[in-house]
Structure formats: structure tokens, C-alpha cells
Design a protein around this ligand. Structure first.
Ligand code: PA5
Length: 424
């Protein structure tokens, strides 16, 4: 379901020559002998996810959907990016679907938090607070505000029926609050880290509330599990992608720019950046993940990509079939001189722009390009894509002898911030 094309990647080494190390890394991942092996619960998740909890996710989501105009997802990093990526990719940006999903707990911006609370004042609201640790400051701060808002609006008892907590099965402050208040809760598995958790209740519950078919996500996930099971490079496009990244890094292309031509995939890019950035950027190693949406950003940073310092390579995630397409109309007067496109599909125009950009950046600009193609922006493709990137990321990291599943560097800002905030 995902095609990888390295024709324009200018790889100076043969991908196949990496088979030995890839097999080694594959075995480490599959046998659980590699670094961070207490966080590889996602590997077998397509087979062994808790079916009872999955059914409850759908049940509770249906109840919540019918109860609110606005559904607040309160979380940060892996506790929000995956859900947002899925919801925007699958539903689009202006679907008009109810409930409207909004995001809190991912910022300390006083303006953002107060505007969001004001926006919800006269609307029916439900909340999903998500935190594996149960103590993340951005999320805790916003949730205290949200809890108060909900209790003022509905009273304590009714508020408790409108708040769902997704957190650790027994530890953390959020678990304590949820137990005390009697919230419905979902469990984040111990052995799946935040940025791999979109396929657990962390992502699946908000995605289901957004009216998306989560069964289809799991079908895609399982397909990817089966398709990407082999250690053989000729049978595993996720590993070809992983190796290509490593070869490009050796060619001093240390900045990977994730490109999409669909604005509704921008949050997929954010999710991808977290996955690769937090997994790989350690011990002075790794490719720096950045992203752009084309053709929009061709009118801003396109100049740099074309003619600036040659540190970038692009990974374009193309979509074969758009969710909606339409034909460009003809105009009798043609004052805007656009009739040359009359009768053409807009998606065809987008695809020609992608092809032209690939030629410009790779052939003229000498910027290596990896192209990944997914069939559509539906839930099955989403599930498949997640597993594809999980595996590619884990193998990329193991090839660098890095633990893909921790994030020690993230704590440094927290230490400095806590000192300044006077946290004891
Ligand atoms: O990938 C990760 O582990 C992080 O991005 C976390 O998801 C993020 O820091 C939020 O943590 P928590 O779910 O504990 O609030």
C-alpha cells in the first residue's frame, strides 16, 4: 500500500548492500533484544490489542459524540499529535462534522487557552484528557482549567460523565484524579511510548469520537504488519526507506524535509517529525526532520530548497487518489487566461505540480528526493502508514545504534523551566 521510489534520491551506495545490518536490526526489533526493548509493544499490537477495550472505545465514543458540539482533546506530543493527524487527514479541514474537535494541553499560551475556553462557553462540551505519565505540565495546567470550566458549567456530577481520561493503568496524578472523580478511563499500555501510541486508546478514542472508522485503521495496521514482516530489503519498502535515509546522511544530507501536497496532511507531517525527531535525534546523531506543504511553501522556502545550502533531502508523501476531486470550469471571457486548464481535474493539476517540483528540485537543484505514495487519505491508509513509519523509524535508529524509544533530551527544558517556575 506504500510505494517507495528512490529514482531521484541520488544514492551513492546500493541499498541492497545494507542487507546484513538491516537483518541484524530487524532481528533485534522482532526478538526484543535491541535498545529500549521494553517499549516495543507496538510491534505485535496489530495482533494482540485488547479487543474488549477496543469495543468499549467505540461504545463510549458513540455516547460522547451524541452529547457534545465540541470535543476537547487535552494532551501534548504523542498524547495528541497522532489523533490530530488522523482526524485532519481523514476528515479534511472543513468537513463540518460534529462534534468539532479542538486541542488543549499542548501550550502555555494564556491567549490560546482563554480564547478556547471562551469559544466553548455556550456549547455542549466533552473532554478527553490524555497523559501517559499523568504529570505533564502543559496538560495538567490546561486540565485544571478545563475541569473547573466543566464543573462550573455542568456541576460536578454531570461534568464527570463528560470527561474521559486516558492514562496509565495505575500510576500518576491523572489516574488519581480520574479514580477520585469517577471518570471513564482508557489505559495506555506500559510498553508503548507516546509517539507510537496513536494506535492505542490515546489516538483511537478521539479518532472514533471524530466519527472515523477505527476498525479500518486496525485493518490497515494489520495489513502493514503482514506486508512489512520480512527482513529482506526487496520485500520491505519500510526498510528501503530506512536505509535510504542512512545513505543520504552519509552523503551529508542531514535535513529531511517531509513534503505533502495536501493541507489536511500537515499534522501528519507534525506527527512524523515527532516520531523521527524524538526517536533518532540523540548522541549527536540523526537527520533533522522538518516539513513543508507544497505548493504553498514553494512560494516561501522553495527558494532555499532550490538554490540554498545543499543540506536537505526531501521525502514526499504523495496521495494517489484524493478524497474529493473536481474539474476546473471553462470561462467564456477567459480574462484570467486560465482556460488552458478548463476541463482538467484539479488533482491532476496538483500532480503535475508535484512532478514539476520533483524535476526542478532534483534535476536542476540536485536535491535528493525520496517519493512515498499512499493510495488515499482514508482510515486504512492511515493505519498502514503509521506502522510503515514506526518500523522504518525503529530500523533507522538501530542502524545508528540508538534507542528509538526514549527521549532523555526532552527533560532538559523541563528542569530549567521548573527551576524558573519554583517547582519543588
Ligand atoms: O513520545 C513521547 O513519549 C512524548 O512526546 C510524550 O507523548 C509527551 O511528552 C506527553 O507525555 P504524557 O503522555 O506523559 O503527558
Amino acid at each position: 500500500m506504500i510505494k517507495v521510489d528512490t529514482t531521484h534520491a541520488f544514492l551513492r551506495e546500493d541499498v541492497g548492500s545494507y542487507q546484513g545490518i538491516v537483518t541484524e536490526c530487524h532481528n533485534m526489533l522482532m526478538k526484543g533484544t535491541g535498545k529500549g526493548n521494553d517499549f516495543i509493544g507496538w510491534v505485535e499490537w496489530p495482533n494482540n490489542y485488547d479487543k474488549k477495550e477496543f469495543a468499549r472505545i467505540k461504545e463510549v465514543a458513540e455516547k460522547i459524540r451524541n452529547k457534545c458540539d465540541v470535543f476537547v482533546v487535552c494532551g501534548i506530543g504523542g498524547s495528541y499529535l497522532g489523533a490530530r493527524a488522523a482526524i485532519e487527514m481523514i476528515n479534511g479541514l472543513y468537513s463540518g462534522k460534529k462534534p468539532e474537535i479542538i486541542f488543549l494541553g499542548n501550550t502555555f499560551s494564556s491567549t490560546y487557552i482563554s480564547q478556547a475556553l471562551k469559544y466553548m462557553k455556550d456549547k455542549e462540551v466533552c473532554v478527553n484528557v490524555i497523559s501517559k505519565s499523568g504529570t505533564t505540565t502543559e496538560t495538567s495546567l490546561a486540565f485544571r482549567m478545563l475541569k473547573r470550566f466543566m464543573e462550573d458549567k455542568y456541576g460536578k456530577e454531570e461534568a464527570a460523565t463528560r470527561i474521559v481520561a486516558t492514562t496509565d493503568k495505575e500510576k500518576g496524578t491523572l489516574k488519581e484524579i480520574a479514580t477520585k472523580e469517577g471518570y471513564e478511563t482508557f489505559v495506555i499500555p506500559d510498553n508503548i511510548g507516546g509517539r507510537y501510541s496513536v494506535i492505542t486508546p490515546v489516538g483511537l478514542f478521539p479518532i472514533a469520537v471524530a466519527g472515523i472508522d477505527i476498525d479500518a485503521i486496525m485493518v490497515g495496521l494489520k495489513k502493514a504488519y503482514d506486508d512489512l514482516a520480512s527482513d529482506k530489503l526487496e520485500e520491505n519498502p519500510a526498510y528501503v526507506y530506512a536505509v535510504s535515509r542512512r545513505i543520504l546522511e552519509k552523503q551529508e544530507k542531514n535535513v529531511e524535509m517531509f513534503i505533502t501536497y495536501e493541507p489536511q496532511m500537515e499534522m501528519v507531517a507534525e506527527w512524523w517529525k515527532q516520531l523521527f525527531g524524538e526517536s533518532e535525534g540523540k548522541e549527536g546523531k540523526g537527520n533533522f526532520p522538518i516539513s513543508a506543504t507544497f505548493t504553498t511553501d514553494l512560494h516561501s522556502i522553495g527558494q532555499f530548497i532550490q538554490e540554498g545550502k545543499k543540506v536537505i533531502y526531501e521525502t514526499s508523501l504523495l496521495v494517489e487518489n484524493p478524497t474529493i476531486d473536481f474539474k476546473f470550469p471553462s470561462d467564456e471571457d477567459d480574462v484570467d487566461c486560465m482556460n488552458y486548464l478548463a476541463g482538467k481535474s484539479i488533482d491532476w493539476v496538483n500532480k503535475m505540480a508535484a512532478r514539476g517540483t520533483l524535476e526542478a528540485h532534483s534535476l536542476t537543484g540536485h536535491v535528493p528526493n525520496i517519493t512515498l505514495t499512499i493510495p488515499d487519505m482514508g482510515p486504512e491508509s492511515f493505519g498502514y502508514m503509521c506502522y510503515f513509519f514506526f518500523k522504518a523509524c525503529a530500523i533507522s535508529c538501530y542502524m545508528l545504534d540508538i534507542n528509538p524509544f526514549n527521549q532523555p533530551g526532552v527533560d532538559v527544558y523541563k528542569k530549567h523551566m521548573f527551576r524558573l517556575l519554583g517547582k519543588i
